[in-house]
Structures are given as structure tokens and as C-alpha cells.
Write a protein that binds this ligand. Structure first.
Ligand SMILES: Nc1ncnc2c1ncn2[C@@H]1O[C@H](COP(=O)(O)OP(=O)(O)OP(=O)(O)O)[C@@H](O)[C@H]1O
Length: 288
């Protein structure tokens, strides 16, 4: 895929902390797409998103953000980011935050859009942030990330802490956002069901390494959970078997090439795997 068709291109990026190494990671965010970033706690998702958005520098590799570097104003101007640990001054009201954002973004800041988003999210612009719940703070972060009309949204656990109804509204808003083919979203989430609903591709980070980035539909149709006896597994080529866990009733196996498995084992039970299944089995958490 050419870099012109991507909002973000990450190549060979590394970050080294005393007890953790990220990378080298290759990841792309195509224009007009939502890329879901999944991974266990401590897998390196926030670390990667902070490198991409220029919050922290990478130790190696290259990052192209909307055709520039994340460290240039051109790269950052078209970016809207929401981080789980981002905070506003507690005593400021949403209205005052809007004013300070207008100072930062200048003519890009759309105060009408900001007020509209606050209204849509049910946020009282006269209330100080300290009177906001966790979910309300997240919505305020989203409103500030959207009101300067970014082309790329980077969202780190932006739907966590939101109730299912509001999460549904957010997902609709994300889908609306990418109706413009020049818009894209990279979103990390532990709520994989949300990503199954809206993401075009899924990137899986495990212990600092990107295990795959694949189109969601391909991923979900490719993998399956096969339930069978140990003897049946012998009929399968090794590359079909990702990981097997033995249960009291036989074997539960994450298989790759579900159609091929069903062809080789007609009558076997091989249900489509969810993103959670793929993560659980691939990470080896189910090893017994
Ligand atoms: N500034 C830092 N200094 C040292 N270590 C760090 C720093 N930032 C992150 N780490 C380490 O990097 C690892 C990955 O952390 P990160 O926050 O990126 O994971 P994550 O995938 O976002 O996790 P979670 O899902 O729990 O939010 C952790 O071991 C963390 O302790």
C-alpha cells in the first residue's frame, strides 16, 4: 500500500524502557479506515500511540503522520488524540477549555462544532471538570479532539468507562467520521466487541511485538475454534493449528483456515473465532 493512501505509516519503530521493549513495529492506518489496536495489559498500545502522536520520541524506526513527521506542526494539526491518562485542569469549565483550545488551534478551532458536540454528549459547558464523571471526561476529551476537524483520530481506550448506550453513540460517531475518505481512526480498546462492530482491520500487539495486522473480515472468517478429540487433530496440517488447549471433554483448538479444517474434518464443530478467542489462544494464556 502506498504511503499516499495512508494516514499513518509506522516502520520498524522501537521504544526501549528499562523493563519493556516495544517493537520493531510496522503498522499502517489506511485513509478512510478504522484500525483497531488490541493487546493485553502492558502490551505496549499506549506506548505505540504516544510515539505515533509525537508525545514521546521513538528510539528507532520511522513514523509518517499524514505525510509529515509527528514532530512537525503540519503532522500534528490534522491529528485529534484522546489518551486515557490525559487530563484537564480540574477547576476549568468545558467552556473555558474550549477558549484555551481556540488559542492553541487558532482558525482551525470550530467553536460552533465544539458547542454542538458538548450538547450532543450531554455535557454542561458551565460545569468544572472536577464535577465530571470519568465517562463525562472522556466525552469532553473527544469533543476537544474533534472540534478542530482532524483528519486522523488516535484514540487510546476512548470508549472505556462509557455506558453501552453512550459507547454505541460514540461508535456511530466514529463511523460518521470516516465517511469522509480522507479521515481515519486508530483506536486501542479492550472492548473487542466494539472493534468487531466498527474496525476495518485489527492490529494485535503482544508483549511489545505486533503479531498481526489484518482485515477484520478476513481475520474473523479465517480463524475458528475447533472442538474435537486429540485423534482428529492429527488429520490437520500443522500450519492450521495455532494453539490447542486440552479440556476434560477433548481438545479446543484455535485453527487457521476454518474452511480447510471443515473440509478435512467434515462434521466437526468449528465455530468462527472472536477477536478475544484469537488473543486468548495466540498469547498462549490458555496453555495448560
Ligand atoms: N515512561 C515509561 N517508563 C518506563 N516504562 C514505561 C513507561 N511507559 C510505559 N512503560 C512500560 O511499557 C509497558 C507497556 O505499557 P503501555 O502503557 O504501553 O501498555 P498498554 O498496552 O497500553 O497497557 P494497558 O492495556 O494496561 O493500558 C509497561 O510495562 C509499562 O510499564
Amino acid at each position: 500500500m502506498s504511503s499516499a493512501s495512508c494516514a499513518a505509516v509506522i516502520r520498524g519503530v522501537e521504544k526501549h524502557y528499562p523493563d519493556f521493549t516495544l517493537g520493531p513495529v510496522d503498522l499502517t492506518v489506511p485513509k478512510g479506515c478504522i484500525v483497531g489496536l488490541v493487546g493485553e495489559n502492558g502490551a505496549g498500545k499506549t506506548t505505540l500511540l504516544k510515539l505515533l502522536t509525537g508525545v514521546n520520541p521513538a528510539d528507532a524506526g520511522s513514523i509518517e503522520l499524514l505525510g509529515s513527521s509527528p514532530h512537525t506542526p503540519a503532522g500534528r494539526g490534522d491529528l485529534g488524540a484522546v489518551f486515557d491518562d490525559a487530563y484537564f485542569y480540574e477547576s476549568l469549565t468545558a467552556k473555558q477549555i474550549g477558549k484555551s483550545m481556540a488559542g492553541i488551534f487558532g482558525s482551525r478551532w470550530d467553536s460552533g462544532e465544539y458547542r454542538q458536540l458538548l450538547k450532543q454528549f450531554g455535557l454542561d459547558e458551565g460545569k468544572p471538570v472536577k464535577a465530571y464523571s470519568r465517562g463525562m471526561r472522556m466525552k469532553l476529551s473527544l469533543a476537544t479532539a474533534l472540534a478542530h476537524h482532524p483528519r486522523l483520530l488516535v484514540l487510546d481506550e476512548a470508549t472505556s468507562g462509557l455506558d453501552p448506550v453512550v459507547r454505541g453513540e460514540m461508535l456511530d460517531l466514529f463511523l460518521d467520521f470516516i465517511q469522509d475518505e480522507d479521515h481515519s481512526i486508530l483506536i486501542s480498546s479492550h472492548i473487542t466487541g466494539d472493534l468487531e462492530q466498527v474496525a476495518d482491520s485489527i492490529a494485535y500487539l503482544h508483549q511489545g511485538k505486533l503479531l498481526f495486522q489484518e482485515e477484520k473480515d478476513v481475520l474473523l472468517s479465517k480463524y475458528g475454534i475447533l472442538r474435537c478429540g486429540a485423534g482428529d487433530l492429527a488429520a490437520l496440517p500443522g500450519e492450521c493449528i495455532v494453539h490447542t488447549r486440552r479440556t476434560d471433554f477433548g481438545c479446543e483448538t484455535l485453527v487457521k483456515g476454518r474452511e480447510e479444517v471443515l473440509r478435512l474434518l467434515p462434521g466437526a464443530v468449528c465455530d468462527p473465532a472472536s477477536i478475544d478467542d484469537i488473543m486468548r489462544f495466540t498469547s498462549g494464556r490458555d496453555k495448560q
